[in-house]
Design a binder for this molecule. Structure first.
Ligand code: ZN
Ligand code: ZN
Length: 417
């Protein structure tokens, strides 16, 4: 237990408390009497306890937390029977879906070791992920359709910190990751709640401008990239705080620097190169180069992790098409930190990105009232996966293309034009 205490002391308790407060008041906007479901790695216990206290102070009805343990996961890979990897705890996800249907909010704490499964059999990992994605669907749909207010924040788990800073002693690595999380989450200032209000206003300005322009497509150019991303019919840009179908305005991602919308699943043409490595379930996929035809990836290469990339692309029909395009300035605080977090929540907010797979129904005008069929007819993609990867840098230019072909500069050298 000594090590635990030492590591805990590497995390600034005042800032951790502020992160808990921001998660409840900004991230969730938890309502009086509302129930809350929390999922967290066991290492995040100090943050879970602070969030639980702040949530009850904010009037939470009942809080239920589910912990995951990395040792237990590894024991499964070492000793579970073969058919275990085609199974998932469907009953648990059905219960979560029921809780959300009854109005509970959802908080996830991220911070798992991104390399936990790196040396496990990739076929087992893929089977377990697929089984889990399928079982998770009823609960995930409530979240991705934005039925409820939800939030995800991070905790500097020591096993994650050692991946990010492999050359530092564990305690220093945890302290450095903690400080980076606090800075990116804007809790290292006197009044984080006010700082978030200002940040939300700035993001809203960007998304309102893009919504006013009604671009038909975005054209990305840069080294190894000449990509035209057609936008879905009736697409809507979002960024920062947004309002869930239950009427609560929350900040789902902390941190967040992006404005994002839905591409047209059939209208993406050209080639694109990744600008940062993508950490996918324990595998690093680096120097990705893909070519799109009619919205579909027809050629995919990667200097590292190519086999895993191709497995991902074969998940289902929608896995080769885009579900999201996002604009992030190169000067974002996460990008300036220069740290590769091996965690999409952070890395996607360092750079313009695209996501393979499922689209967000909220990224359509009047999205809440559209059926799955209408969303598909307007160009929205569907898939079991949603994987963001980074295509932005200080060498990327973006033009917005109007329906009549007129070009409007959106970004030059990675900054808003
Ligand atoms: Zn994104
Ligand atoms: Zn995404």
């Amino acid at each position: 237990m000594n090590i635990q205490t030492e590591i805990k002391s590497a995390v600034d308790p005042t800032k951790l408390e502020k992160l808990a407060e921001v998660a409840v008041k900004v991230g969730l906007q938890l309502q009086s009497g509302q129930d809350l479901v929390i999922t967290a790695p066991i290492a995040a216990l100090p943050l879970v306890r602070l969030i639980t206290r702040h949530a009850y102070l904010a009037g939470a009805g009942l809080i239920t937390t589910f912990y995951a343990d990395e040792e237990a996961t590894l024991a499964r890979y070492a000793h579970a029977p073969h058919d275990s990897f085609d199974r998932a705890s469907g009953w648990l996800y059905e219960g979560m879906a029921k809780a959300y249907a009854n109005g509970a909010a959802r908080l996830a704490i991220a911070g798992d070791n991104p390399m936990l499964l790196a040396s496990q059999d990739p076929a087992k990992v893929a089977r377990a992920n697929k089984a889990n994605s399928m079982a998770y669907k009823p609960a995930l749909e409530k979240i991705s359709n934005f039925d409820i207010n939800w939030n995800i924040v991070s905790y500097p788990n020591p096993s994650w910190a050692k991946v990010v800073f492999p050359d530092l002693p564990e305690e220093d690595a945890v302290r450095k990751l903690a400080d980076a999380i606090f800075a990116a989450s804007r809790v290292d200032v006197a009044d984080p709640v006010a700082a978030w209000a200002q940040h939300n206003t700035n993001l809203k300005k960007r998304s309102s401008w893009l919504n006013g322009e009604r671009f038909a497509a975005l054209h990305f150019t840069g080294p190894g990239t000449d990509l035209t991303v057609g936008l879905a019919d009736g697409h809507e840009w979002h960024g920062g705080a947004s309002t869930a179908k239950n009427g609560v305005t929350c900040n789902p991602n902390i941190p967040t620097e992006e404005v994002f919308t839905t591409p047209h699943a059939l209208k993406v043409e050209g080639h694109v190169s990744s600008t940062k490595p993508l950490s996918h379930q324990g595998t690093l996929i680096d120097e990705i180069q893909v070519r799109f035809e009619g919205g579909r990836i027809v050629e995919a290469k990667a200097a590292k992790g190519e086999a895993v990339l191709n497995k991902v692309l074969d998940t289902d029909e929608g896995a080769r098409r885009l579900g999201e395009v996002a604009v992030v300035p190169h000067s974002s605080p996460i990008s300036k930190s220069g740290i590769l977090f091996y965690n999409t929540l952070f890395d996607e907010n360092a750079s313009c990105h695209i996501a393979l797979g499922q689209c967000y129904s909220k990224c359509f005008l009047d999205g809440a009232s559209l059926s799955q069929e209408q969303i598909a007819a307007q160009g929205g993609n569907s898939s079991l996966i949603h994987i963001d990867w980074m295509i932005g840098s200080d060498q990327i230019d973006i033009d917005g293309i109007k329906p009549d072909g007129m070009k409007v500069p959106v970004m030059r050298k990675g900054e808003w034009a």
